[in-house]
Design a binder for this molecule. Sequence first.
Ligand SMILES: [Mn+2]
Length: 349
Amino acid sequence: MSRSTESPSRLSRLSSVLEGAKTMLIVIQNSPDPDAIAAAAGLREIANDRHGIACSIAHAGTIGRAENQELIRYLALNVRALGELEHERFDRLAMVDAQPGAGNVTFDPTVRLDVVIDHHPIRRETRSARFTDVRSRYGATSTILYEYLREAGIEVPPPLATALVYGIRSDTQDLGRESTRADIDAFLGLYPLANVKALGRIVSAPLPRSYFSNLRQAIDNATIFGPCIVSYLGRLPSPEMVAEAADLLLRVEDMRWSMSIGLIDGWLHLSLRTFDRDADAGKVARHLGGRRGFGGGHQSLAAAQIPLPPELSSGPQVRRVVRGLVRRFLKMTGAAAEPPQPLCEPNSS
Ligand SMILES: [Mn+2]
């Protein structure tokens, strides 16, 4: 099997950074998605198998999505709350599927990390890490971890293979979005090792009734402006539904752009999606995030988080801020002059 010329040195450079450590903290994004969870489990496997390092995986948010809770249960991962751990106590610090200073990860960006492995566009703060492997063209961080596991000759246990397959599937919408040959190769390499029955149980995990209320809110509030569809979901306990709504709404016929917004813990969370190959969702998200917030992402999918000062936390004021964001979004996507139209007619029956 052919390998890219630089990957052998990547594994040995990673190994030399891990060498001699007994413990490692692996930090993932605040509301970890399947790719983040699988990539963390993959790095843990490598650190454990090759160096005997005991790893802790931690994040600073909540895991709201039933599928992700099920994945963590299946992997028997003890995912810890970052706030309960002292990172100074670990021999090594790693971050996967996220980068220091990014909006989706609450971790002091001035703390020097030993390892950063990610597939989002590289950030300035990441360059100070001892070992960085950021491949922004890749569809999933799970793909990068698969390449390390293969290179290291580690036999991937079925639960980890299952998680990595799910990580690749969900970040790339079944390889249909932002995916490369490497993602397809990783998927094909891992699929025979995965427990497909367990994967089936994870992807169709029972959903709480609140999921359907949030989904209804997303649909009821969806407004079409020409080729753009926008929805404000109101207050949510965790941000996963914001991303899910953006994915779903982009599927409305004739849409080129979708944006959904939710209010979580005093922050507005925005998810953007586009089919336009000439557009750059990451750039639009960066603009919307502005100086007070964060924004960024890939060409076709991106996100932003904007803090709301307490004096703007009442309903009408939040809606005013949201309307401002929608106006700027429509301006940037060339749809400012389009008349608003509800996605669904109100239910009259
Ligand atoms: Mn990812």
